[in-house]
Design a protein around this ligand. Sequence first.
Ligand code: PBE
Length: 267
Amino acid sequence: SSSDSVSEQVDYTVTGIEAGAGVMKATEKAFQDYQLDGWSITPSSSGVMAIALEDAIEDKEPIVITGWTPHWMFAKYDLKYLDDPKKSYGEAESLHTLTREGFADDVPGANKVLDQFNWQVEDMEKVMLEINKGAEPAEAARTWVDEHADQVAEWTNGAQKGNGQEVSLVYVEWDSEVASTNVLKVVLDDLGYKTEITPLDNAIMWQAVAQGEADATASAWLPTTHGDLYERYKDQVVDLGASLEGARTGMVVPSYVDADSIEDLEP
Ligand code: PBE
């Protein structure tokens, strides 16, 4: 009933995403850090989580999800992060681009583009929102690239043109990474490369770049979200640095939910 606490109403459950995502692990850590003993997180997919959020908002029911920024959901709905005074989800995150060893020598032009690629939260969210509204990812990426020619010219500045060389990018089907990876494909293809993009499970994606089975990924969230994978593979990948700053992850609720901090949840 409506007199029940938020924790009871959500049945002590956080609605999660893909099992291999960093926010899933961070949420388990939060349960420990805040002693939320009776709580669990349900793994599903980013798409299923978004539908659960939409349904809850339609019915004005409480829900706690694993959220992240950049994301279209903050433009579409009135949401808030629950404060995280114990920093279970870390602090500000950056999105890094990683390549396999040897890629810079093998395909220097494409490597230069990946190295110079950088944009803002608002840029990525624009692409994400287009896709959420129904555009194909490739189409939304094309639109953004065409509307940001000056910015894209900074990424391609001084980069050798391709001659049909293949570049393989791996990513995970999180809305944010669908956006960045499709934008990079458009930019590299426009420069004469033949870019193949392949969605994988998170752990497999890191392994593919570390083992040289894929050329690069723009989907590394550091230092916290993928910190364990970075520790494991840092000597086998080349970190080209951040493409986006000011990212974050955490527990997110609709703003009508009567909780402001993870500390407001009950075990
Ligand atoms: N995310 C989006 C990913 C990184 C990008 C926050 C869902 C994760 O949790 O691993």
